[in-house]
Design a protein around this ligand. Sequence first.
Ligand SMILES: [Zn+2]
Length: 338
Amino acid sequence: MKRSLVTAWVLILAVFALGLAGLAARDRTPEEQKVEEDYTVPDPGVLDSAVTIRVKIDDETVETMTMDDYVQGVLRAEMPASFELEALKAQAVAARTETLYKVENGPVANHPEADICNDINCCQAYRAAEAAESAWGADAEKYSAKIAQAVRGTDGMVILYEDKPILAAFFSAASGQTHNSGDVWVSDLPYLQSVNSPEGENEVPNYYSVAAIPSGEFRDRFLASYPEAKLDGAPEHWIGAVERNDSDMVTSIDIGGVTLKGTVVRRLFGLRSASFTVEVEDGDVVFRVTGYGHGVGMSQYGANVMAGEGKDYKEILCWYYTGVTVGPYTPKNLATAG
Ligand SMILES: [Zn+2]
C-alpha cells in the first residue's frame, strides 16, 4: 500500500513535470521562435582550415581548397539543407571521413592528380556556393548559415574504426533496416553492418515506388544482358525463386533460369532500391520497391528522423556505423595549408 502510494506520487509529479515542459514549448511567442532561426556563420574551424584538398570538378579542372570549403560543398550537394542541423552535422562528418579514407587508401586510379572528384559514381557530389544559393532562393541566407554551422560545428571530426577513417557509405532511405556491406558489395566491413532505421513513408517522398515494365520490353532488356536466359512463353513463368535477407533485400532471384543478386536487377531496371517484390500483372512485370539507395551505412532520412527525436550527430553516426568512435584525425598523406 505504502509502496503504491509512493509510486502514485512519483507518477503525478512526473506527469506534472511533463506538462510544464509541454507548456514551456507551446508558450513561445513568435518573436522567441524567430530567435531560434539562427543565421550565425561561425568562423572557419582551425582543423579543417589546416587541410588542403585537390578536387577534380566535372572531369575538367582541379581546384585546391580547404577541407572547410570542400565539406560545405559536399553538404550542399548531398543532403537537403532543410534537414535537422544534427543530421547535417552527421553528413558533414561522413563527407570529411570519406574524403580522408580516399586519400589515406592511395590515389584514386581515375584521377591521380586530385584527391577526390565530384562524380558520384567515383567519389562524392559537390556543389559550389553560388549554384546552391540560387537554387535555395529566399532561404539562401538561412541555409548557407546552416551548412557552415554543420561543418564548423564538427571541425576536424572524423569517424574512426581502429583509429583509421572509415569508408563512410551513406544513402537516402532504408527499407526498415540498413544492409550488411557484404550483402551488397564484395567485402564485408565490420563497421558497415545491418541496423534498424526509423524512417518510413511519412518522412520519405516516394518511400514506396512502383516500376511497371511491359513484358516485351522486360524480355528485350534482360536478354540484352543475359542472352542465355529462357524467356519464352507466358511472362508468368519467367520469375522463379526469390530469396531475401533479414533487412528485406532481395539476395537472389531467378529470372529465366539465370540467378542474380537483387542489386544487379536494381541496376538493370533502374529500381530505387534492391528491396522489392516482383509480379506479372496484366502483361507487365511490376516491381514494388521500398526505400531509396544501396542501403549500406548511414541512412540520410533515418539520420534526420533521429535528429528530430533529439539525437546528436555522434549518436547518429555511432548508430549507423557499428563499433566506431568519432574524433579528430591527423591525415598522413595530405598536404597541409599554410
Ligand atoms: Zn573520384
